[in-house]
Write a protein of this length. Structure first.
Length: 243
């Protein structure tokens, strides 16, 4: 099940941090590394700091966007501080490890880490089902990227070793790419009905994303919602043609 867990690093500035993160992953048995728009591709410094985990660097996938990195993942957990404008469902590191292992039998799981200085943007955090915060010492919360990867990788491994049965693993959840198509469908339907207008969409879609990420509809439930939206759009087109 550890093979189902993907580490995603977004816009990493220093190649040495990529190598150190690969080392942290390998010590805990994780092997799938995705790099989203890194400032530089892994180089000699990355290999040196990987210290024996260069095989993970060699297999690392480099993609331009976070959406591409998590498109086939059914659970996406992003690292975040708690002080955000839009509060998202939060986990601590231990809860994140347990949830990752609970759902790994069903689909890929992504643990997403942001930029060294600024972390993940709000738009990137909205692509995550849950946010995870490592409860570091508030008086000195200096935790570098590799340390954060090591901490969450350790919790994933501990949950794997415990093999705690969780009923949630039996549920089938839509992949991230499916959810993005649903949000696009929802936004277009709301535009068609006039509930939102293009020049001034406000925060409606952000709030709806938050709602559905919190609710985490299962695959068949998402299909029902898509069917409802399609039905609404058909009614709109029929009325327009009658007029």
């Amino acid at each position: 099940m550890l093979e189902q867990v993907r580490i995603v690093l977004v816009n990493t500035s220093h190649t040495g941090n990529i190598g150190s993160a690969a080392r942290a992953m390998k010590t805990m048995g994780l092997g799938e590394l995705w790099l989203v728009d890194p400032v530089s591709s892994p180089d000699g410094q990355a290999v040196a700091l990987a210290a024996g985990a260069s095989d993970i660097l060699a297999r690392a996938r480099i993609v331009p966007t976070l959406a591409e990195a998590v498109a086939d993942c059914g659970l996406v957990i992003g690292t975040s501080a708690r002080s955000r404008t839009w509060s998202w469902p939060m986990l601590d590191a231990r809860e994140a490890g347990i949830k990752a292992m609970a759902e790994a039998p069903r689909h890929k799981v992504a643990l997403v880490f942001g930029r060294e200085r600024t972390g993940l943007s709000n738009d990137e955090l909205q692509q995550c089902h849950f946010h995870v915060a490592i409860p570091a010492n508030p008086e000195y919360s200096s935790l570098n990227l590799a340390m954060a990867v090591q901490t969450l990788s350790y919790e994933v491994r501990m949950a794997w070793l415990a093999q705690a049965p969780v009923a949630e693993a039996e549920q089938e959840y839509p992949l991230s790419d499916d959810l993005e198509r649903f949000y696009q469908h929802l936004q277009q339907t709301l535009l068609d009905t006039g509930f939102i207008i293009k020049p001034h969409p406000g925060q409606v879609m952000t709030k709806l994303r938050r709602l559905f990420n919190r609710a985490r509809p299962e695959s068949h439930e998402l299909n029902i919602l898509r069917g409802i939206l399609t039905s609404v759009q058909k009614q709109i087109k029929q009325r327009e043609s009658n007029n």
